[in-house]
Design a protein around this ligand. Structure first.
Ligand SMILES: [Zn+2]
Length: 321
């Protein structure tokens, strides 16, 4: 009997043991190779684009031979001003991408023996870089669309006579958000976070090409999509799949996201929900790649992503607030 891909040795091409046994020089080499993939790891000046920078070996910095600009392998990227060593960064990416439903910052800080704040900001930077992979990607073909609500839980009162009708708007927290997923069959998964499914229609129009087939459930929010697309609807109270009409792939994305939020992070703020959704979509779309490939992909995305406006100096700013 054929074993599942994830159980086979082909799925496991990188381990923490290998990263730490390789040491700092080898990890640094991996960073250079992925930052300057087009020149096979040879440094390119980020200011003037000149090749052949002088390597200041002891400090792992470069000096451009043309404009004298000094830079490092992470300058201008999301890992600029890194505090972590190259091996720790590589190990952190490995731990996070190995987690099929992500890894909490607290757990990561325990595994690496680093500060919680470091692990928290690192994880968010990595998610931002992962999300950028599909930033300018649009979908076409058969697209499953669905929404799933998160947050805004109101704990019921202890005594029955004190309990309120939590379905009424005045008894809710206003923090409830819906993640809307658009998943192309044999393609990518794109996500967005909204107050209601109705609000997501603009994103769908923007990201799903005309002429596509939309597959969605009977929720009234999707009725308007019939104006732009061919749409097949499935009434989930009658069947989950009917003549090819189903949202099973969108559902399996939500299954991963619910387990990520409930099982790893326990509580996520609506402010960051879009990043967790993008992380789950990335894992879903690359679920059949070996873990060495996932680490190279995530590192490559991080090194081609500019400094994060949201996460650069996050804790310094947090202290000032
Ligand atoms: Zn230069």
């Amino acid at each position: 009997m054929a074993i599942h891909f994830l159980l086979s040795s082909k799925a496991k091409t990188l381990s923490l043991k290998a990263i730490y046994a390789g040491g700092e020089d080898k990890a640094y080499g991996t960073f250079c190779k992925l930052r300057w993939a087009d020149t096979d790891g040879e440094a390119v000046c980020p200011r003037c684009g000149t090749l052949g920078a002088y390597a200041m070996k002891t400090r792992r910095r470069f000096k451009c031979s043309a404009c004298s600009h000094q830079f490092s392998v992470t300058s201008g990227t999301i890992f600029a001003n890194r505090k972590m060593s190259f091996t720790d960064l590589l190990a952190a990416i490995c731990i996070v991408t190995n987690g099929a439903k992500g890894v909490s910052a607290l757990q990561l800080s325990r595994d690496l023996g680093c500060n919680f704040k470091t692990a928290w900001v690192f994880s968010h930077k990595l998610r931002e870089a992962m999300a950028a992979e599909t930033k300018s990607h649009n979908l076409e073909g058969d697209i499953e669309i669905d929404g799933c609500y998160f947050g805004g839980h109101v704990r019921p009162e202890n005594r029955k006579e004190d309990r309120k009708d939590r379905r009424l708007a005045e008894h809710q927290t206003g923090k409830r958000r819906v993640v809307v997923a658009m998943r192309q069959r044999r393609g990518r998964t794109l996500t967005g976070v909204f107050k209601s499914e109705d609000d997501s229609v603009g994103m769908i129009q923007e990201r799903v090409r005309a002429g596509s087939l939309i597959l969605a459930d009977e929720a009234a929010s999707w009725d308007v999509l019939h104006g732009w697309y061919t749409a097949k609807r499935i009434n989930h109270s009658l069947a989950f799949s009917d003549d090819g009409a189903c949202t099973n792939q969108a559902e399996s994305f939500f299954s991963r996201l619910r387990r990520m939020v409930g099982g790893q992070h326990h509580k996520v703020s609506g402010q960051y929900l879009h990043q967790y959704a993008a992380h789950a979509a990335w894992l879903e779309d690359h679920r059949r790649e070996d873990n060495g490939m996932l680490v190279r992909r995530a590192l490559g995305l991080s090194l081609s992503h500019p400094v994060s406006r949201q996460w650069k100096g996050y804790w310094q700013r947090a202290q000032l607030m």
